[in-house]
Design a protein around this ligand. Structure first.
Ligand code: E4P
Length: 221
């Protein structure tokens, strides 16, 4: 399962990229608004920093034509640019046209297996079910993800399933077990993946024992 960062913060992206485990980035209008700067500059910086896929979301949703126009512009920003289109009638119409033009799309704001079926049928490169937000609505996001993965397997769809709106490390583990191709997560969740209290305790003990040995060696000399 590929691990993506869900952020538009270039410092967060640079930090996780240094670990050598970052396969891509997802952005959305909320994340870009948080950074406050010109989105075009922000996107370019991220596209240059990351080797893998970077999802850039369309914001002119007035018609399918408008989505195609903006999506074509976003796709031209870099070979690793993926165009995010929303799961709406205009979004899937535009998504199908963009796909026909050879542009890779990520269908976003997906909350049900039925919507994921539509994303696969238009030949989307990625489908993004939002697990955490499904949980927020008192439903089972992981169950929806498992159903989507099963449908894609049974039907032989090639669309990549990207588990999105992930809130804690167990979301990532369960998404991997379910067979998601990609998991995208905020920096805080990525940072938690590496942490374990027993690792910290173990290190503490190793350091203390090592220091004790050094003292003994010095004392014995
Ligand atoms: C994915 O592409 C979305 O940007 C993201 O995962 C949404 O997550 P949220 O529900 O935490 O905002």
């Amino acid at each position: 399962m590929r691990l993506f960062l869900d952020t538009a913060d270039i410092d967060e992206i640079r930090e996780i990229n240094r670990w050598g485990v970052l396969s891509g980035v997802t952005t959305n209008p909320t994340l870009l608004a948080r950074e406050k700067g010109d989105p075009e500059i922000g996107w370019k910086e991220i596209l240059a920093e990351v080797e893998g896929d970077v999802s850039l979301e369309v914001t002119d949703l007035s018609s399918a034509d408008a989505i195609v126009q903006q999506g074509t512009h976003l796709a031209a920003m870099g070979p690793n640019a993926i165009v995010k289109v929303p799961m709406t009638p205009a979004g899937i119409e535009a998504g199908k046209r963009l796909t026909k033009d050879g542009i890779r799309i990520n269908v976003t704001l997906v909350f049900s297996p039925a919507q994921a079926l539509l994303a696969a049928e238009i030949g989307a490169y990625i489908v993004s079910p939002f697990l955490g937000r499904i949980d927020d609505a008192a439903a089972d996001g992981m169950h929806a993800l498992r159903q989507i993965c099963e449908i894609y397997e049974v039907q032989g769809y090639e669309t990549n399933v990207l588990a999105a709106s992930l809130r804690h490390p167990m979301h990532i583990v369960d998404a991997a077990i379910a067979g998601a191709d990609i998991a995208t997560m905020p920096f805080e969740v990525f940072a938690k993946l590496v942490k374990h209290p027993l690792t910290d305790l173990g290190l503490e003990k190793f350091s203390a024992d090592w220091a004790k040995l050094q003292d003994e060696l010095k004392g014995g000399a």
